[in-house]
Design a binder for this molecule. Structure first.
Ligand code: KG4
Ligand code: ZN
Length: 338
């Protein structure tokens, strides 16, 4: 297989975004993301509805990515897709499409791990981190501190023992009657509020692991008590509640990231995943970076939440290393690092 002059079609379908990208020799030339609106009314992602929406969207999304890239389908030399982790029905739609496409054009298939791709989003554009690179990967399903030795050799140093950081944002948003996904809305209100108004405990977990279920529970009890005394408490204090919760989650994340960076003496530090779009976390990374003399890396907003560009970049590095998948590869909801 020729690895130079590659044009990769990348597919992401692990949750509620159907996305396709074209990556030409490691450069993203199109990245189309269709977000599924159907889940809003249910307050969370409904897996069966997600699979059906992927089925409806995948062909037009791929068509749009190919068109925007200004290429024709037959120019594509490999297909990358999210193999794991994610919602199994959603992953299956992307995997089946990718396999069919690869088989029809007789081109190689590349299986990508979604969390590895979030980290590799840092290699889409300059400035790119130097190795060893430490990445805090924070999404709706994962919270990890990842030590990257090179593009494909990554080690998880710590992770959440319960809820993910994004899940904590979304669950608190639900308590505040904000629509799904609540993380970005908590962020929006937090920007107008006082982060020190309502102090919540910061969990003390061993090593580089995290826990967010305690924060969620303390916010729940706090709100129940306050609303009993004043039914309008949430409405009248929304900005300060959001700012205080965000401050607590960000502090818990940064405490561990700083601990790992100091212990390993690494100064190349980044954040990735949906929660890396959070303004409080982005500001905190800059501030900790200035204090500790780190080179900090923040992905562009379109590469924070789920997107196929990051899958395409991960597929590109796998292609350079000739790591191709078999046609009988199957998606996996919970697979570990691949
Ligand atoms: O990486 P991602 O798009 O999907 C997963 O792989 O899970 O992350 C989605 C998560 C959701 O929990 C969403 O609420 C959160 O990222 N998120 C945010 C912000 N933007 C997205 N959380 C806090 N502040 C934001 N600005
Ligand atoms: Zn993700």
């Amino acid at each position: 297989m020729q690895t130079t002059n590659s044009i990769i079609l990348a597919i992401e379908s692990s949750c509620d975004e159907t996305s396709a990208a074209i990556v030409h020799n490691g450069k993203v030339i199109s990245n189309i993301i269709a977000t599924q609106k159907v889940h809003e009314q249910y307050g969370g992602v409904v897996p069966e509805l997600a699979s059906r929406a992927h089925l409806q969207q995948i062909v037009p999304v791929v068509e749009a990515a190919v068109k925007e890239a200004g290429i024709s389908k037959t120019d594509i030399t490999a297909v990358g897709f999210t193999q794991a982790p994610g919602l199994i029905g959603s992953l299956l739609v992307g995997a089946c499409f990718a396999k069919g496409f690869a088989q029809a054009l007789n081109i190689p298939l590349i299986a990508v791990h979604h969390m590895q791709a979030h980290v590799l989003a840092h290699f889409i554009e300059d400035p790119k981190p130097q190795f060893p690179f430490l990445c805090l990967t924070v999404s709706g399903g994962h919270t990890q501190i990842v030590l990257c030795h090179d593009h494909l050799h990554m080690e998880i140093l710590g992770e959440t023992l319960d809820d993910a950081a994004g899940e904590a944002f979304d669950k608190v948003a639900k308590m505040l009657n904000l629509p799904y996904p609540g993380g970005p809305l908590v962020d929006k209100h937090a920007q107008k509020g006082n982060p020190e108004r309502f102090p919540f405990p910061i969990p003390d977990i061993k090593d580089y692991d995290f826990s967010f279920s305690g924060i969620k529970t303390s916010v729940l009890y706090f709100l129940q008590k306050q609303v009993k005394a004043d039914p309008d408490f949430v409405k009248n204090n929304l900005d300060d509640i959001c700012a205080s919760v965000q401050y607590t989650i960000v502090k818990a994340l940064m405490k561990k990231l700083e601990k790992a960076a100091k212990a390993l003496k690494i100064k190349e530090i980044g954040i990735a995943g949906g929660v890396s779009a959070n303004s409080g976390l982005r500001n905190a990374l800059q501030a900790y970076g200035a204090k500790n003399n780190w080179n900090v890396y923040l992905p562009k907003f379109e590469y924070c939440t789920d997107n196929a560009a990051m899958i395409g970049i991960a597929a590109y590095y796998k292609l350079l290393n000739e790591q191709f998948a078999d046609m009988n590869v199957v998606p996996s909801a919970r697979s570990q690092w691949i």
